[in-house]
Design a protein around this ligand. Structure first.
Ligand SMILES: [Zn+2]
Length: 240
């Protein structure tokens, strides 16, 4: 059994929802929206307990929180960390975060022993602090950059996270055998729409729970009657 905290369920254009992000087992981040550090503090989480940050792509609603999180890690409590933090991301994200930070020393070099960056692409995988991670390429804005989703195996559970994507084979690869699929519904290209979500619910086995995020609550349909499909809510906590 593990836990999932919703840091935010919205997208860049949502009405009043915080930007999408999740915390697995109180130590693994799926993306890092602007409000991340504040919410980790509200959860009374020791920032030093973070083991992994899995970034899906370089859009601002997914990475803007990295600036202040890295400030906290390098100048706040980082000196107390007894082990390194790993940040996994597709090509270009490290450079995007460096642009946001603008030359301050909290942007550690890629080979810094406290914070290690690893570049992800389709099929790339690693094991870290007892967690198995695999990246799967998804179809978000391939003409501009590579975007990935993640499959994370932890405590006997498989949690998949799409990041941002249109409907594509990668979404089905991510979902294979997953106990929980956290999937985006931005509403239309370069995102999935609600028809895609309903079709996925029909296609995937009942053993795979689906939790929709990155959606607009004003236009979202009522899915409460559909088994195995629910809408993520800002700051809600889930058990997997
Ligand atoms: Zn995006």
């Amino acid at each position: 059994m593990t836990t999932l905290d919703c840091i935010g369920s919205g997208n860049a254009f949502s009405n009043g929802q915080y930007w999408n992000g999740f915390l697995v087992d109180r130590r693994i981040l799926f993306d890092c929206p602007a409000q991340t550090l504040t919410h980790l503090q509200k959860l009374d989480l020791a920032i030093d307990d973070l083991d992994l940050i899995l970034l899906s792509h370089q859009h601002s609603d997914h990475v803007l929180g990295m600036d202040l999180l890295l400030l906290e890690l390098t100048m706040g409590r980082a000196s107390k960390r007894g082990r390194p933090l790993r940040i996994a991301a597709p090509p270009g994200v490290n450079e995007r975060v460096a642009e946001i930070i603008g030359g301050a020393p909290r942007m550690t070099p890629k080979d810094d022993e406290r914070i290690t960056w690893i570049e992800m692409h389709d099929g790339a995988n690693f094991e870290w602090e007892g967690v198995k991670v695999q990246a799967v390429e998804v179809d978000h804005m391939p003409e501009l950059f590579l975007a990935v989703g993640y499959r994370v195996e932890i405590d006997g559970k498989l949690i998949a996270y799409t990041g941002d994507t249109k409907i594509c084979d990668g979404v089905y690869t991510l979902a294979e055998g997953a106990d929980l699929l956290v999937l985006e519904c931005g509403g239309g290209p370069p995102h999935m729409n609600w028809d895609d979500i309903h079709k996925l619910r029909e296609d995937l086995p009942a053993s795979t729970e689906m939790l929709v995020t990155h959606y607009n609550g004003v236009t979202a349909p009522d899915v409460s009657a559909i088994d195995g499909l629910s809408l993520a809510e800002d700051f809600a906590n889930y058990t997997v």
